[in-house]
Design a protein around this ligand. Structure first.
Ligand code: RIB
Length: 326
């Protein structure tokens, strides 16, 4: 690592909830630039869109904020640059009571940034410039060992280097959950208690084609080397596929496939819907929900998220979504 990129001292937590960490999220933080467009541009096409909206994002930070707004004690492990965007993202996380002791700053490297186009149906396309997210290292994971060991759930994604993700199992005492986004082959899925892909990510992991056929989706999920797979299905909700016995609850019974319908909402922006789902899933599991109860609530929480524009701007607070027990 160049001297100009050296790590700055982490700042002390100022506003996180007191008590042990329940959920640790190891992942990315981005400044999002979102543009509403009449259609997602085709290759070579220029499309005129609306004004740029700046928001706090990054799959990791979004999932941390999602779980914190649902009332859980959450820590975020990651990196930003020592620029205005990095300071702003740190403040946003603190505003949401996320513990940022393990959010490091990298000198001389820009904070991650995402350019997002959103079409009139709420569908998005995202290009990420990882910046400081690419500088997260296994050493950062070692340094966050106390936080990771304390957490009942450790949640990660693939917007940070794979060697960082691969370092997590040896630091995790609770459930280890992977949201394999963006999808890449070569992740040791057997290291995870729970994997939460969308349909396209599942297809990449299974080495197959993306399909609208839910029976084939279930087969693809069963083919993964992981005990429980929860597939997010957008407007179709989600599917829980678990093997016998349920490794999360110890419950016996044959392999189980449960499909959970989505809320009947009109989506204006699906950005961070998957992040909201993962944050809610983790929050409910910490509270003692079964995987099906947790996924059912996560579908509801994601359904509320898509009715509001933006990434973290769209993540609901507990009061808006109630409990998984309701
Ligand atoms: O999942 C949505 C997120 O993906 C955005 O906030 C963007 O930053 C990218 O990480």
């Amino acid at each position: 690592m160049a001297d100009a990129e050296r790590t700055l001292e982490p700042m002390p937590p100022e506003s996180s909830r007191p008590g042990p960490i329940e959920i640790a999220v190891v992942g990315s933080a981005n400044v999002d630039l979102s543009i509403q467009v009449p259609r997602i541009p085709a290759p070579g096409e220029t499309v005129l869109g609306g004004d740029t909206a700046r928001g706090s994002g990054g799959k990791g930070a979004n999932q941390a904020v999602a779980a914190s707004r649902l009332g859980r004690r959450v820590a975020f492990v990651g990196r930003v640059g020592d620029d205005e965007g990095g300071l702003w993202l740190r403040e946003r996380l603190e505003d949401d009571l996320v513990d940022v002791r393990a959010l490091l700053s990298t000198r001389g490297v820009p904070t991650g940034m995402a350019v997002i186009t959103v079409d009139p149906a709420g569908e998005n396309s995202i290009v990420v410039a990882p910046g400081a997210n690419r500088r997260v290292t296994p050493h950062d994971v070692n340094a966050a060992d106390t936080i990771l060991a304390e957490a009942s759930v450790v949640l990660t994604q693939l917007e940070i280097p794979l060697d960082v993700v691969a370092a997590l199992p040896s630091h995790t005492r609770g459930l280890l959950v992977l949201n394999p986004a963006p999808a890449q082959p070569g992740v040791a899925l057997g290291d995870y208690d729970l994997v939460v892909p969308n349909r396209g990510e599942l297809a990449v992991l299974a080495g197959a084609d993306e399909t609208p056929d839910l029976a084939v989706v279930a087969d693809q999920a069963r083919s993964l080397d992981t005990p429980v797979v929860v597939v997010t299905l957008g407007a179709q909700g989600a599917m829980v596929v678990r093997n016998e016995p349920d490794p999360l609850t110890g419950e016996a019974g044959g392999p189980q496939v449960v499909t959970l319908p989505a809320l009947p909402v009109t989506a204006v922006d699906t950005t961070a819907a998957g992040d909201s789902f993962c944050g809610a899933l983790a929050a409910a599991l910490v509270e003692g929900a079964t995987i099906v109860q947790a996924a059912s609530w996560a579908v509801r929480v994601a359904g509320v998220t898509v009715t509001v524009r933006g990434a973290q701007d769209s993540l609901p607070h507990r009061a808006a979504v109630g409990s998984w027990e309701d």
